[in-house]
Design a protein around this ligand. Structure first.
Ligand code: HEM
Length: 421
């Protein structure tokens, strides 16, 4: 039986395809996911429609909400692939999904080849250079907050969590400071799909994609001719057994890096400040002995925030999951946000606890397997340094108003977060 989005389901479960589920109160969303986790099997949903998009409504998807199922699917790419229509719910044709998603929308061996080339841009030498950059960028942003906001209030996303990872990834890629604002707008459009504040039409999304692609091509060509120390130069000159990135591959990888390296960390830091404001005992505990808790606190912030809500896989043949038979072409959507709150795995998952054991692992960066987040260590470092800088120089920094959430079933975004210090 086909259930349309917005219609009550006979099983009484919340409707993950209904926009109201995603814009509703967060605690209702948590209760809704819990109800799905507690229901045996895998609920099947119709696909939500993206307004004005040429994407046709596909056959629907199975929702994976338990940690165990997300873990299994992530680690069996031979049964659950990424290269058939992409890793979001609606299908893009493979060309478009590789254009926007690069290797995240590919399977091995194509994915492995790209990831190996790209790993050359993430050598210890590059990451060491970035360490310094992370620290100085955080310090510079706090300086700006102190000098430009004498009344000690501002929008945290605008003054800190937005520019921080953006400046770092742009600097790693060799993007000149004068172009950073433009990159910020392109990535907002690409990841803001569905939120009318960022993207009104599908055409705007495609335009942003083409513009950033053209920008990448020009930058890549400049670095091919005249290499510097940045990742763009490393990628343009990476040579894996004589194999190089084509201009098309470089352009798409560039989009993936600036989008993935930017919005996700921004939202982790915003959610982190919100959680530390709402749980002052946890803030005190962490900040009283920062180093003792930094590792667990960062993992807890990513678990709590789950900046990426879902990724999808497509079933490649007959298999079974949670007792449900699955067949070639079926879509399964892994809801990291729900898996990260699974009471079968975490003790009191609705409690924010900066000293929570780091095992069992949270799945905010993915649950293992070939696509596990390439930037996880960079992101962890950024989050740790951000809160260290805040603790030392803005010890009174707190959220002082309601967050404006991004309207999305994909990115757990906070658009604005009023704060005082
Ligand atoms: C808190 C911040 C971040 C979160 C929550 C996050 C989350 C994720 C998730 C869920 C995946 C997919 C995992 C899978 O399918 O198994 C992913 C992949 C990826 N991430 Fe991140 N990410 C973050 C930061 C970053 C940063 C800073 C970068 C880059 C500098 C980055 C680059 C990538 C890339 C390139 C992939 C694709 C890897 C592949 O397909 O092989 N991410 N990330």
């Amino acid at each position: 039986m086909r259930i349309e989005p917005g219609q009550p389901r006979p099983d009484g479960l919340p409707d993950l395809s209904d926009r109201n589920f995603w814009i509703g109160p967060r605690d209702e969303r948590a209760t809704g996911f819990r109800a799905i986790r507690d229901t045996p099997g895998l609920p099947f949903y119709p696909e939500p429609l993206f307004e004005n998009s040429p994407i046709e409504r596909g056959p629907g998807f199975y929702a994976l909400t338990r940690h165990e199922d997300v873990w299994h699917v992530s680690r069996h790419p031979e049964l659950f692939c990424s290269g058939r229509g992409g890793v979001n719910i609606g299908d893009l044709n493979q060309e478009l999904s590789e254009f926007f998603g690069s290797m995240i929308s590919m399977d091995d061996p194509k994915h492995f080849r790209l990831r190996s080339i790209v790993a050359k841009g993430f050598t210890p030498k590059h990451i060491r250079a970035v360490e310094e950059q992370v620290r100085t960028t955080a310090a510079a942003l706090v300086d700006e907050m102190l000098t430009e906001h004498p009344d000690r209030r501002a929008d945290f996303v605008e003054v800190f969590s937005g520019p921080f990872p953006l400046r770092i990834i742009c600097s790693m890629m060799g993007i000149p400071d004068g172009d950073v604002r433009q990159v910020f707008e392109w990535t907002n459009t690409i990841l803001g799909v569905g939120d009318p504040e960022f993207v009104g039409s599908y055409d705007e999304l495609v335009t942003a994609g083409l513009e950033i692609f053209a920008y990448a091509q020009a930058l890549g060509e400049a670095r091919r001719a005249d290499p510097t120390e940045d990742i763009t130069s490393a990628l343009m000159h990476a040579d894996l057994d004589g194999d190089r990135l084509s201009p098309q591959e470089f352009g798409s990888f560039f989009i993936l890096l600036v989008v993935a390296g930017n919005e996700t960390t921004r939202n982790a830091i915003s959610h982190g400040l919100l959680a530390l404001t709402e749980h002052p005992d946890q803030r005190e505990r962490w900040f009283a002995d920062y180093d003792a808790h930094v590792r667990s606190a960062v993992e807890e912030i990513v678990r709590w925030a789950s900046p990426v809500i879902h990724f999808r896989r497509t079933v490649t043949g007959d298999t079974e999951l949670a007792g449900v038979p699955l067949h070639d072409g079926d879509k399964v959507v892994m809801f990291y946000e729900s898996a990260n709150r699974d009471e079968r795995v975490y003790d009191e998952p609705q409690r924010f606890d900066v000293a929570r054991p780091v095992q069992p692992a949270q799945v905010g960066f993915g649950a293992g397997g070939p696509h596990f987040c390439l930037g996880a260590n960079l992101a962890r470092r950024e989050i740790a340094v951000a809160f260290d800088e805040i603790r030392r120089r803005l010890p009174e920094l707190r959220v002082a108003g309601a967050p404006a959430y991004l309207e999305s079933n994909f990115i757990n975004g906070i658009k604005r977060l009023p704060c005082v210090w």
